[in-house]
Design a protein around this ligand. Structure first.
Ligand code: FES
Length: 125
């Protein structure tokens, strides 16, 4: 099963240089590079805005049949921590990483979680 890691490329952090890349774009590039070096165990998908703009950088974890999570407040150098957490998410059958096993940032940075998508009901005939 493929786990998708969404990362907001338009998130701008207070400490981003005014004329430099945004923290979200920097993190997205680091995630892609780190994921490739690890053999691409997850799909890193850059997106423009996850509507959590006040908590840059924002990311999300999603996979079929699993809870979807949105997290904020990541620094641009957090790629290794995110990929490690994504591996924990992949190993959890429902996507729920036990609290005591969660990296500290996932405990503090959670913004929202959504239940797995239900199958569509069969069309009535
Ligand atoms: S700009 Fe990153 S969540 Fe909106």
């Amino acid at each position: 099963m493929t786990v998708t890691v969404y990362v907001c490329t338009t998130c701008r952090r207070e400490d981003d240089p005014a004329d430099g890349p945004r923290g979200g774009a920097t993190l997205a590039a680091a995630l892609a590079a780190g994921n490739e070096a690890a053999g691409s165990p997850v799909a890193v998908v850059p997106v423009e805005c996850l509507s959590v703009c006040k908590r840059p950088v924002t990311i999300g974890f999603a996979a079929p049949g699993k809870w979807t999570y949105v997290y904020g407040d990541f620094a641009p150098d957090a790629a290794d921590a995110i990929l490690s957490a994504a591996a924990q998410y992949a190993d959890a059958p429902d996507g729920l990483i036990p609290w005591r096993e969660r990296p500290e940032h996932l405990k503090r940075g959670v913004v929202a979680r959504l239940p797995p998508v239900l199958p569509l009901p069969e069309a009535a005939e």
